[in-house]
Design a protein around this ligand. Structure first.
Ligand SMILES: Cc1cc2nc3c(=O)[nH]c(=O)nc-3n(C[C@H](O)[C@H](O)[C@H](O)COP(=O)(O)OP(=O)(O)OC[C@H]3O[C@@H](n4cnc5c(N)ncnc54)[C@H](O)[C@@H]3O)c2cc1C
Length: 358
C-alpha cells in the first residue's frame, strides 16, 4: 500500500465497491467486475459539512412532471471514488431513453411505443449515426481530479465547465500518487504510452520523489499564502501572497474540482475516447465510472453504445477487401495488401488472424 500525503482533517469515507475493468480492443467487448478492497485504493475524504450537504441533497423530495431515471435517482449526488482522492458525482440530469425516442419521433407525448420498439429505434439511431436525438438528454457531474488529468479532459470542448477557483480558495492538501501496479516505465514501442512496470527499490524511489515534491511545494504554497490549508494564519505579522500567484508552484498531481455538464451525444464521444485502452489510465478510470452512471441513466443507449461504438470496428476499404478475400479462402499477404505494416497488424489482430501478424 502506498502511503499518501493527503492530510485533510476529517475521517475517511470507507468505500468498498466493484470496479469495472474494460478491455476495449476493437471487436471485443470484455467487461468484467473486479472487486477490490477499496480501503487500500480510495482515500477520498469529505468533510463533515460536505457529507451533510450531500445527505441534505439526497433527502430532497421534489415533485416533477418530467421523466426521471429511477436507477440514476438512487445514486444522485453520491460521490463515487476515483483514483486516491478523486470522485465523480451526478448532480443533475435531464431526460432518459424515452426522451431520445420522443425526439426522434417528434412526438407529442412520451414517444414510447413498446420497450422492444424503443430499443430497436435507439439501436437504429446509434447504428446509422443519427445523432441529434441523443443531444436531447443532458447530465451534470461534479468531478474532483488531478490537474494533469483536467488538462486532458478540458480538450473536450463540447461541455460546459466551471472550475474551482484557486484565485479565490486554497486548494486541498491532496495529491495523486499512483498505485504501484500503475507505475509503468515509458513504452519503447509507443511514444505515447506505458511499458512494463517499474518495481522494487526504483518504484519506491519514484513514489518518494512524487510524494516529497508535492509535500514540499504545498508547504511552500502555505508559506507564501501565510495561511495553512485549514485557513489558520501562519504568522500574524506577515501578509500572504495572492492565491492566484501562490498556486503556480504546485505540482500537477494536486487535485482540482469542477462542474461539467454535457449532452449524451458528447458524453458518449468523450467516453469512447477516454474509456478506451489507448487513453491514459488516470483519465480512463474516470470515464469507466461515468460509463456506469450512463448505464443507470439510459440503459438502452448504453447497450447500443457498447455494441455499435465500443465493440464495433472501423476498417478501410482496402482492409474490407482483404477480409472478404480471406473469408473466401483466397491467399492475401502483407506484401500484396497495400497496407502499412502497422495497419496490416492492426487488421489481423482485430480479426484474430494471429498467425498472419508480422
Ligand atoms: C488517446 C488520446 C491521445 C491524445 N493525444 C493528444 C496529443 O498528443 N496532443 C493534443 O493536443 N491532444 C491530444 N488528444 C486530444 C484530442 O486531439 C482531442 O482534442 C480530444 O480528444 C477532444 O476530442 P474532440 O475534439 O472530438 O472533442 P470535443 O471538443 O468535445 O468535440 C466533439 C466534436 O465536436 C466537433 N468540434 C468541436 N469543436 C470543433 C471545432 N472548433 N471545429 C470543428 N469541429 C469541432 C468535432 O466533430 C469534435 O469531434 C488526445 C486524445 C486522446 C483520446
Amino acid at each position: 500500500m502506498v502511503e499518501v500525503v493527503g492530510t485533510a482533517p476529517t475521517s475517511a469515507m470507507v468505500i468498498t465497491k466493484p470496479v469495472y475493468r474494460h478491455s476495449w480492443k476493437t471487436n471485443i467487448i470484455n467487461i468484467k467486475v473486479v472487486t477490490r478492497n477499496s480501503t487500500s485504493l480510495f482515500k477520498m475524504k469529505l468533510t463533515k459539512e460536505q457529507k451533510q450537504e450531500i445527505a441534505d441533497q439526497q433527502s430532497q423530495k421534489n415533485v416533477t412532471k418530467r421523466v426521471t431515471s429511477s436507477e440514476l435517482e438512487k445514486i444522485l449526488f453520491e460521490a463515487i471514488p476515483v483514483l486516491d482522492y478523486g470522485f465523480i458525482r451526478v448532480v443533475d440530469y435531464m431526460g432518459d431513453d424515452s426522451s431520445i425516442v420522443q425526439s426522434a419521433r417528434v412526438s407529442y407525448g412520451k414517444g414510447t411505443k413498446k420497450i422492444s420498439t424503443d430499443e430497436g429505434l435507439i439501436k437504429y439511431l446509434m447504428r446509422h449515426w443519427h445523432t441529434t436525438p441523443f443531444e436531447m438528454c443532458e447530465i451534470k457531474y461534479h468531478v474532483k481530479l488531478p490537474i494533469f488529468i483536467a488538462r486532458q479532459w478540458i480538450r473536450h470542448r463540447t461541455a460546459n465547465v466551471n472550475e474551482y477557483s484557486a484565485r479565490y480558495s486554497i486548494l486541498d492538501k491532496e495529491f495523486y500518487l499512483p498505485e504501484k501496479e500503475n507505475l509503468s516505465a515509458q513504452s519503447t514501442s509507443n511514444r505515447q504510452g506505458r511499458g512494463d512496470l517499474i518495481t522494487g527499490t526504483q518504484a519506491d524511489e519514484v513514489l518518494q520523489i512524487l510524494k516529497d515534491d508535492a509535500t514540499r511545494t504545498y508547504s511552500n504554497y502555505e508559506k507564501m499564502l501565510n495561511e495553512r490549508f485549514d485557513g489558520t494564519i501562519i504568522d500574524e505579522k506577515k501578509t500572504g501572497l495572492a492565491r492566484e500567484l501562490a498556486r503556480m508552484n504546485l505540482t500537477l498531481n494536486s487535485y482540482t474540482q469542477w462542474y461539467w455538464k454535457t449532452d449524451l451525444l458528447n458524453l458518449l464521444n468523450f467516453l469512447f475516447l477516454r474509456a478506451d485502452s489507448h487513453a491514459q489510465y488516470e483519465i480512463r478510470v474516470y470515464a469507466e465510472a461515468m460509463l456506469e452512471t450512463v448505464k443507470k441513466w439510459v440503459p438502452m443507449t448504453h447497450s447500443a453504445f457498447l455494441d455499435y461504438r465500443v465493440g464495433a470496428v472501423n476498417i478501410s476499404s482496402k482492409g474490407k477487401k482483404i477480409i472478404q478475400l480471406m473469408v473466401k479462402g483466397k491467399k492475401v499477404t502483407y506484401e500484396s495488401s497495400g497496407l502499412s505494416k502497422r495497419e496490416w497488424n492492426e487488421l489481423m489482430t482485430t480479426f484474430e488472424f494471429e498467425d498472419k501478424i508480422i
